[in-house]
Write a new protein. Structure first.
Lengths: 387, 386
């Protein structure tokens, strides 16, 4: 039986072109990019070409791109290092209640150091309100960190409006675009974004590499100190093969490709919703089916069946989905995202699953998913009736 | 082509690349995911951890994965500072550490910590009496590298460990990025060491990999927080393919270690014995067991280090000025200046660094190239021949 992978928001397999690029660079371009001689210059050239491709992808300039070890490092750096650098200008930060832990944990850390953090609430579709943001903004706010798109329910935040609002405020605007980068057109100029973090393994690139975009003039001290790599903004021998692989993955997600994927994934969502309805499954969508959302994530509440039971039964049927975000490291904790959307006494918290599509997903796989969910629900229902 | 710059970075081993390739195709799931893809990734992650722990004779829970040597060094220093702040604000290191240590210490100074840099003698070695004198009731960490990356000095880790037995609360950290696989494992894993940093790309494993050893019961605060991976100490989706490849690289490195070390030492000495007779040469590395087997540093007085590096490159031989990280800027070597070598000489220093694949024939070629270039160097040298 071929297993079906519907957990692409957790991680994605590398595309063939990316892996080929990486192993090719591992074999052939191994000089240390910081050395003087030819081998090093070759590495340096690959590094800078990759940087250029990536900068273009968000309408930034090359020297605004700093390579990192992934989304977590980008988020930690943007938040903690801004707080350290701008302490004199204020000690207040704003974020949302539905960020990834890579944002929330650094915020908690800053609170332990005496900083104040406002966590904006979200509505039942997972969106913040601009008015709440306006009200939370203070003269001493130094950073607003709001994700571009949510990893559990796919809600897209009003990034352009937030950028406009903050344009004339001292607070810098950071966005975690780890989930959105592969699906939405991002333009840091248009949206007045000061910092943005990404992670390659969510877009069929290698793991443990990402970038932090920092607008020119956004000066924060490096989180990792050491050699003078990345213009002193991120120490550590450059991971040239992985960076080249990342650039290859970025080349594969052209604007047209992103739009096509949004379209295709929207169709899968529709297929699931209609399929489950037709089979009389009692369920609700957590979030919004609107076309402007991230279409690769569908979070549904299957009434009366616990997340764990549904997930293990699907796993036995050869279908991989998630109970929320993968990144609470294997633990099954109640989702802070669903809690923020529905309150902590909602049955949705314990009875929801996340299905996330990737470039390999097919309509036949979605049919199998629908059939499997239906079979599991009916089997469990029958069992409880017998009891 | 002869690659003699293995202290800057090494070529990934073909077997390491195949492992990376195969795992990337088959076991690419997220180890935190609870389904089968995740479980397979988790199992491979833990198998790799077990393999590394077994190779090093430590336990599974003492190995934590990082993105490389720089992260390991930063993490252990800052993580100790944060964790042990209430016990003191004093840290001790040496004047000859890698910038990953030195610049982390400088950053901690800005945050109100006090740092003592131990001086070194003419061999680049610290004196344990200086360490003893520097220890204070407020000292929370002592960080001493195993092998210096510029000239190859092995630090007296055993003596440091013995001294620190009287200071059981002080974290003892060793940066072993240059020391792994070089025949000094007993020294690195001496029974007093609490934390050790390793970097994959220095031993033919992929870039962007590394790990730290953290002795059971010794705590540091995380540097990267988020999803709670690595026992909540190092967040970020784990790079299972690269970690599996790193475990493979480490196994290859440590197979027949003694033989490989002897070979590197013989090659190093062969070059050293050759160049030492030339009047313009000043040697910094020495031909004895208190220097690592793979590093040879010497100056050709009066000729700039970069000029020498380029001249050898034209002969197809890749060497470097003292360390990759400072070689872009034409800076004098920090190790040599700590040894009080005048700048006029230290800016003429070059480093030859070997791995287990280098051969005696390559050393002969190097020596022949050296002879050929020496006349050129003599003309370039602004030092009047004696
Ligand atoms: C929204 C979001 N931010 C940050 C991260 C962290 O990225 P990484 O695990 O690559 O460090 C993830 C995924 O894990 C994510 O989904
Ligand atoms: C002694 C020493 N420590 C730390 C590092 C940093 O390691 P990495 O390049 O993996 O970040 C290096 C090498 O650059 C080194 O030689």
């Amino acid at each position: 039986m071929k297993e079906i992978y519907l957990d692409n928001a957790a991680t994605t397999p590398m595309s063939e072109a990316v892996l080929t690029e990486m192993t090719d660079k591992m074999r052939n371009v191994y000089g240390n990019a910081s050395t003087l001689y030819g081998l090093g210059r070759e590495s340096h050239t690959v590094l800078e070409q990759s940087r250029h491709i990536i900068a273009q992808s968000i309408n930034a300039t090359d020297d605004e791109i700093v390579f990192t070890s992934g989304g977590t490092e980008g988020d930690n750096t943007a938040i903690i290092q801004t707080a350290i650098a701008r302490k004199k200008e204020g000690m207040h930060l704003i974020t949302t209640a539905v960020e990834h832990q890579a944002v929330l944990q650094p915020m908690l850390y800053l609170e332990s150091l005496g900083y104040e953090v406002t966590y904006l609430p979200v509505d039942a579709t997972g969106h913040i309100s601009l008015d709440d943001l306006k009200n939370a903004l203070r003269d001493d706010t130094i950073l607003v960190s709001i994700m571009s798109g949510n990893n559990e329910v796919g809600s897209v935040m009003p990034i352009h409006e937030i950028g406009e609002l903050l344009k004339d405020h001292q607070a810098w605007f950071h966005t975690d675009a780890v989930q959105a980068y592969g699906l939405l057109d991002i333009d840091v100029q248009r949206d007045h974004i000061d910092m943005l973090s990404t992670s390659a393994h969510k877009i069929n690139g290698p793991k443990m590499v990402g970038f932090l975009y920092k607008r020119e003039g956004v000066n924060i001290p490096s989180l990792l100190k050491g050699g003078e790599q990345e213009e002193k903004r991120r120490a550590g021998t450059e991971n040239v093969p992985a960076i080249a692989g990342f650039a290859k993955a970025v080349e594969e997600i052209t604007s047209a490709e992103k739009a096509a994927r949004q379209e295709k994934y929207a169709g899968f969502k529709q297929q699931i919703v209609e399929g489950l309805k037709a089979n009389d499954i009692a369920f609700e969508v957590n979030g919004d089916l609107d076309r402007s959302e991230l279409q690769h994530v569908l979070n549904i509440w299957i009434k009366g069946i616990s997340t764990y039971v549904m997930q293990t039964n699907l796993d036995l049927a050869g279908i991989a989905i998630s109970g929320g975000s993968a990144c609470t490291a294997g633990s099954i904790e109640p989702s802070h995202v669903l809690t923020a959307m529905y309150g902590d006494d909602s049955p949705r918290i314990a009875e929801s699953i996340r299905i996330s599509f990737g470039r390999g997903t097919t309509a036949e796989e979605i049919d199998q998913l629908i059939a499997s969910i239906t079979a599991i629900v009916n089997r469990l229902k029958k069992r409880s009736e017998v009891k | 082509m002869i690659y003699f710059d293995n202290s800057a970075t090494t070529m990934a081993d073909p077997e390491v690349i195949s492992t990376y390739d195969a795992v990337s195709k088959q076991i690419w799931g997220n180890p935190s995911s609870l389904h089968n893809f995740g479980e397979q990734a988790f199992n491979l992650l833990e198998q790799s951890r077990q393999q590394i722990a077994d190779l090093l004779g430590v336990s599974l829970s003492e190995i934590l994965f990082t993105s490389g040597g720089t992260e390991g060094d930063n993490w252990i220093l800052k993580g100790t500072a944060l964790e042990k702040r209430q016990f003191g604000n004093h840290l001790i290191t040496t004047a000859v550490e890698h910038p990953a240590i030195h610049n982390s210490m400088e950053q901690l100074k800005d945050l109100g910590f006090e740092v003592t840099y131990l001086p070194v003698d003419e061999h680049g070695r610290i004196n344990v009496a200086d360490l003893k004198a520097a220890l204070r009731p407020t000292t929370i960490l002592v960080s001493v590298m195993a092998v210096n990356n510029e000239i190859g000095t092995i630090q007296p880790l055993k003596e440091v460990g013995d001294l620190l037995k009287d200071y059981p609360k002080v974290h003892f950290h060793v940066d072993a990025v240059q020391g792994i696989g070089k025949g000094i494992s007993d020294l690195i894993f001496n029974d007093r060491v609490d934390f050790i940093t390793f970097s994959g790309h220095k031993f033919h494993a992929p870039r962007g990999t590394g790990f730290i050893y953290a002795k059971r019961g010794k705590r540091i605060a995380p540097l990267l927080s988020g999803g709670g991976q690595e026992r909540n100490l190092r967040s970020g989706t784990e790079n299972v393919p690269a970690i599996a490849a790193m475990a493979k690289g480490l196994r290859l490195l440590l197979t027949d270690e003694d033989k490989k070390v002897a070979q590197q030492r013989a090659i190093r000495d062969h070059i050293l014995d050759h160049v030492k007779n030339y009047p313009l040469v000043t040697l910094f590395s020495e031909e004895n067991e208190s220097f690592a087997p793979h590093i040879l540093c010497f100056a050709i007085r009066g000729v700039r280090g970069e000029t020498i590096v380029h001249a050898f490159e034209e002969q197809g031989i890749f060497i470097s000025t003292t360390s990759a990280c400072s070689s872009k800027k034409h800076m004098a070597s920090s190790t040599l200046s700590a040894m009080r070598i005048p700048e006029a000489i230290s800016t003429s220093a070059i480093r030859v660094s070997l791995d287990e694949h280098n051969t005696m024939a390559e050393a002969d070629e190097f020596n022949a190239a050296f002879d050929k270039l020496y006349d050129q160097f003599k003309k370039l040298s602004n030092e009047t021949a004696k």
